[in-house]
Write a new protein. Sequence first.
Length: 494
Amino acid sequence: VVLQSSKRTRTRRPPGPQPHPFIGHFFQIPRQKAWRYYEKLSGQYGPILGLSLGFKDIVVLNDANDAEELLGRRSANYSSRPPLIYAGKYQSNNKRLLLMMNDENLKKQRNAFLQMLQPRVLGGYEPIQETESLILLHSLLTNPSQPAFHTSRFSSAIVFALTYGDRISDDDINGIMTILFNFIRNALPGAHLVDIFPVLDKLPDFLSPWRAEALKNAREEVKLFGRLVTDVKKKMENLHIDIECFAARLWDQQAKLNLDFEDVARIAGTSFGAGTDTTDATVQWFLIAMVLYPHTLKKAQEEIDAALGGDEETIPSFSMIRQLPYCAALVKEVFRWAPPAPACFPHYSEADDVYKGYVIKANTTVIPCIWSMHRNEDEYPSPEQFLPERFLRKDWVPTFESLTEGHYTFGFGRRKCPAYNLASKSVWIALVRLIWAFDIIPALDANGVPILPDPSDCTSGMSSRPVALPVQIKPRSEKRAQLIKRLRDGLDLG
Ligand code: HEM
């Protein structure tokens, strides 16, 4: 008895609020902004929380050290994803990288994805990133009243061009956005009862209309993503040109990596599910930060102006990274202050583990709550404040790699965002050019009073962005405005 009870005290389940029988914390975990609930609970119960949905265990990690230990150093056990029956098994045919369990297929797909993102090929994507960021400036200059539309278009256009080496058409943008919203809706925790009670998957089709719907979504995804990768293949074969894009690199590697047609279509298409919303949200959070902390915008503008020697007719380019430490710190602070995926993406354990005296059973969903980690006062004093200075070091010469260090926005371990270098470069070029080109000030209400946005007013889901963008975006000078127009007119968009 003594042995049993001492074992029990040494290893117990992580603490958390009392669950309801059968449904666990189904009614306690809010559908909206769950990361704030986790942050609150961690103040009450400590940084490692134990929750449940139905009979499924959930562990939430609110401290980065715990996430790095479990999801990083113990990644052999924590690199799977919770099985999703609707969005994973049926809608994705178990072939969507973001949702894949830890198996041979995952290795194959991640490997293929990483081939497209090796440092030696990243430079090849810079012209696409410069073109799309210039188009973003031009759109904001000529139609400043719809900033959210332009940032969304920027992020889809950039992911589309990187993936298929082409400009996105309005039809494709609509098709992709429909697929994307559909997927996000269906992959949300609790979106489908079958994901909480998997036994429902045993019911026949006539009692499970959701199954036919999920399979229909799957067919539509493969049809659209399949056509897009086939177009790239045709161009490569018929025109004998080397297109600098993910799909072309996938076709190059198809045989070596043993990828079938659906693999190629889905690996290329997965960039949209994972890459558009997050990039878009980051640019939008930057606009909110500039309105709330105008002195940081001014400092960054001064830094860029000094680096350009006061020349208003040169637009910043990738080659300037080393000259702009304050801007690099500002980009890092945007990633920290408002992580676009505040509750990251859930990992999943495969075997029983014991950590800090807590048992984490096999098949536990492990949520690294990036939001709480970025609000850790010890690591980030005054965490609510937007303070680029926290990342500045004496004689610091920034590199693109350093943009992804010092915060946890891109996740952990073997499931860390494979595109983190590419994504941070897209964000850097967009933000530096916006800073160079525009003053970003609060919009005015009907009485002419400036509207100060509340950063807690954000959307909820796999990613989070501001609900509204009450900003005015005005060119800093006529010379800069004219340069943007000339450069835009000179673009060869095929
Ligand atoms: C600012 C932009 C971005 C942010 C903040 C971001 C963040 C993340 C995060 C937090 C994860 C989950 C990591 C984890 O589970 O530990 C992830 C996964 C992923 N991201 Fe990104 N991402 C961004 C842009 C992109 C882009 C542009 C692409 C593609 C071109 C992309 C492709 C992916 C893929 C494929 C995964 C799934 C990886 C896996 O499950 O193994 N991301 N991203």
